[in-house]
Design a protein around this ligand. Structure first.
Ligand code: NAD
Length: 370
């Protein structure tokens, strides 16, 4: 198996704390399996601003463009809140996504049995849940022009954003969703608002076109995004892969994620077009932010960041067996009641620290490898 390169950008707040545990996991895979990864580390977000005066230095961006995949911790902290918009820590992450054209954001909403009680829904609705939401990430209303705040002749202020999609942008994210469905339960539900938005009509027609031309064997259904939101909380297990635009995806993926419990458990991947090596440009990161309220206290749950690395094993290295092994190790650790404070409900045991949680996951990997 070839040696892969990874750029590790731990970032701010709990980013470096959870990334330390990912490093241990990567070292375990290097010592015990065929997976070989060469890690380079650099700065992003506030950490980069402190050193370089910018949340993403050009040399870091250059490395990001040339690595096989990126692992990112989190960016942001209250001390940067007053910085101008263009140099806020979050701009570093947005620039990475934009420059690498990471157009497909994958957000799994998966319920581990041991955590079914943490959902806001009843256990029977949530146990065994395994949804993948594919959100278009580089276009739509967050990027469309014209945008801004203007004033009309009568002095009324007008806020403007533009929902804009091209055939190319819709088709490439639809393909990403169909490809994923083929490796899962072969079912895609596309969500838009074709009843009230022309861009929604185009979205529906283009997704249907890609389906009919290239993926007739995958089951495709269409749903209005508002109805989709209702169905997600009414009967989430009906879904396999959901594909949707940037705005609806932002909202629906957060809602779906919360069905499964803590922010500390949620991984994500942002994928682009394949590089010369044939693997997609990719950035893997936990869904959570830098959690300033618990930074430096050993309370952060490293699972989301570790599960983000499991996604890298799956989507960048095509190591599905190793990815499943890592997911199982996290699941077994939780099932034994070993949990960080965010997932702790008494049970007569004490919550463990970030580092002990990481060690426990590695312990399970050792058991699985025997
Ligand atoms: P947050 O995700 O950082 O925290 C929300 C709550 O969840 C906090 O109570 C936090 O303690 C808890 N939490 C988050 N991750 C956890 C983990 N791994 N283990 C245990 N508990 C965890 O969101 P926020 O408080 O709204 O934002 C804090 C900072 O993070 C802001 O500067 C924001 O801009 C930034 N942010 C960054 C990203 C990113 O890097 N992708 C995403 C969201 C927010």
């Amino acid at each position: 198996m070839p040696k892969y390169s990874a750029l590790m950008l731990a970032g701010d707040g709990i980013g470096p704390e959870v990334m330390r545990e990912v490093k241990k996991v990567i070292a375990w895979f290097s010592q015990n399996t065929k997976v070989q990864i060469e890690i380079d580390e650099d700065l992003v977000g506030g950490a980069s601003y402190d050193k370089h005066g910018t949340p993403l230095h050009d040399h870091t961006l250059e490395k990001a463009k040339n690595t096989d995949f990126i692992l990112l911790g989190a960016v942001g902290a209250p001390k940067y809140d007053e910085l101008p918009f263009e140099i806020k820590p979050e701009r570093g992450l947005l620039k990475l996504r934009k420059e690498l054209d990471l157009f497909a954001n994958l957000r799994p909403a998966q319920c581990f049995d041991a955590l079914a009680d943490y959902s806001s829904l009843k256990k029977e609705f949530i146990a065994g849940l395994d949804i993948m939401i594919v959100r278009e990430l580089t276009s739509g209303v967050y990027f469309g022009e014209p945008r801004g705040i203007t004033v009309d002749e009568e002095g009324n202020r007008i806020g403007i954003n533009t929902q804009r999609y091209t055939t190319h942008e819709i088709r490439r994210v639809a393909r990403a969703a169909f490809e994923l469905a083929k490796k899962r339960n072969n079912n895609v539900c596309s969500m838009e608002k074709a009843n009230v938005m022309e861009s929604g009509v185009l979205w529906r027609e283009e997704v249907q076109h890609v389906h009919d031309e290239e993926y007739p064997e995958v089951q495709l259904s269409h749903m209005y995004a508002d109805a989709g939101a209702m169905q997600l909380v009414r009967a989430p297990k009906q879904f396999d892969v959901i594909v949707t635009d940037n705005l609806f995806g932002d909202i629906l993926s957060d809602a779906a994620a919360m069905l499964t419990g803590s922010l500390g458990m949620l991984p994500s991947a942002s994928l682009g077009s394949p590089s010369k090596k044939g693997i997609p440009k990719a950035l893997y990161e936990p869904v959570h932010g830098s959690a300033p309220d618990i930074t430096g206290q050993g309370k952060a749950n490293p699972s989301a960041c570790i599960l983000s690395f499991a996604m890298a094993l799956k989507y960048s290295l095509d190591c599905t067996t190793e990815a499943a092994m890592l997911e199982t190790a996290v699941q077994k650790t939780l099932a034994k009641g070993i949990r960080t404070p965010d997932l702790f409900q008494g049970q007569g045991k004490k919550p463990v620290s970030t580092s002990i949680m990481g060690d426990a996951i590695i312990n399970e990997l050792n058991i699985l490898a025997c």
